[in-house]
Ligand binder design. Structure first.
Ligand SMILES: [Zn+2]
Length: 301
């Protein structure tokens, strides 16, 4: 019997295909960067290349993570804010290519699934997964099930307003969490204050080296995340919030102020054990999540 899962993590700028066991072990990978002006055909050709490179791994199913909005039920990739790509029957394309039963969801939901199946939340029935990267997104597990919501867009914590009259967000509002605490925002805020041109990762290194401005920008971002997390916890009575994604690799810089702000804004009597954890799959969450999505989907049937 075939044992492994073909995983396809369609990123905003690169593709990672993986051969994963059903325990989430990464057996092999195929990686490719997209050229500047890519189309869905570019991505499809690279997925085909990845499948050819990995197909000897005895796959029984395929899981796909896409950026942006995805209709899990119809298998349609609806919209990607990075590329503008949309209305793509991604499940049909890949299942025709590989002959495998295929499931697709957005990268945030599959990352939450990775945490549930292989990470820090294996014994946790209810939790919120927050992706902190260039943008901010959230995925919810409620009562041991991925909760997608009526329009399949549950968990959009990045657009919680955390600051009245705050910074402009890509969604058109002002003061969203994403506009104050994403990797892109951390970079923008620091660069405005110091007239420099550094990435969030470089600013994290400065903060660890004792740069006070850099540290304060990270601490403020953490505090906004903690505030938004407290609102989510108060609403849902979940006791675990997990931070993942590239910017959350600086968990050491975000966590102290995030935990302090969450505690400050919590209804504590109802949520005595609420806590913020760092993702265990870390930067592999989306790829491992593709395998978790297959396990999750086949459990529902
Ligand atoms: Zn917004």
């Amino acid at each position: 019997m075939n044992k492994n899962i073909f995983c396809v993590d369609i990123g905003g700028s690169k593709l990672i295909c993986g051969a994963l066991s059903s325990s989430g072990d990464i057996l092999d990978t195929f990686r490719a960067e997209y050229p500047k002006n890519y189309t869905i055909d570019t991505i499809t050709d690279l997925i085909r290349e990845g499948y050819q490179a990995l197909k000897d791994y005895d796959f029984y199913a395929c899981g796909v993570a896409v950026p942006g909005l995805c209709d899990y039920k119809s298998g349609k990739w609806l919209y990607s804010p990075f590329s503008g790509l949309g209305d793509i029957p991604i499940v049909e394309i890949i299942s025709e290519m590989t002959g495998l039963p295929t499931y697709a969801d957005n990268d945030v939901n599959v990352s939450a699934a990775a945490e549930k199946y292989f990470g820090a939340c294996q014994d946790t029935a209810d939790f919120l997964w927050i992706t902190v990267s260039n943008g901010i997104g959230g995925g919810l597990y409620l009562d041991n099930k991925l909760y997608r919501g009526g329009c399949l867009s549950a968990g959009e914590i990045g657009h919680f307003i955390v600051e009245e009259n705050g910074r402009k967000c890509g969604c058109g509002s002002f003061g969203c969490l994403e506009a104050h605490a994403s990797g892109a925002s951390i970079g923008a805020i620091y660069n405005e204050k110091t007239n420099s041109n550094l990435t969030a990762k470089e600013i994290a290194d400065l903060a660890r080296g004792g740069d006070e401005v850099a540290l304060s920008v990270w601490q403020e971002a953490g505090a906004y995340i903690g505030k938004a997390a407290a609102y989510a916890v108060n609403l849902l009575n979940i006791d675990t919030v997990v931070l993942g994604g590239g910017t959350a690799e600086a968990f050491d810089l975000l966590e102290p102020s995030a935990t302090a702000a969450m505690q400050k804004n919590l209804f504590k009597k109802a949520n005595p054990s609420a806590k913020i954890l760092h993702s265990k799959p870390g930067r592999f969450a989306a790829l491992m999540g593709c395998a978790a999505l297959v396990l999750d989907s086949q459990k529902e049937i």
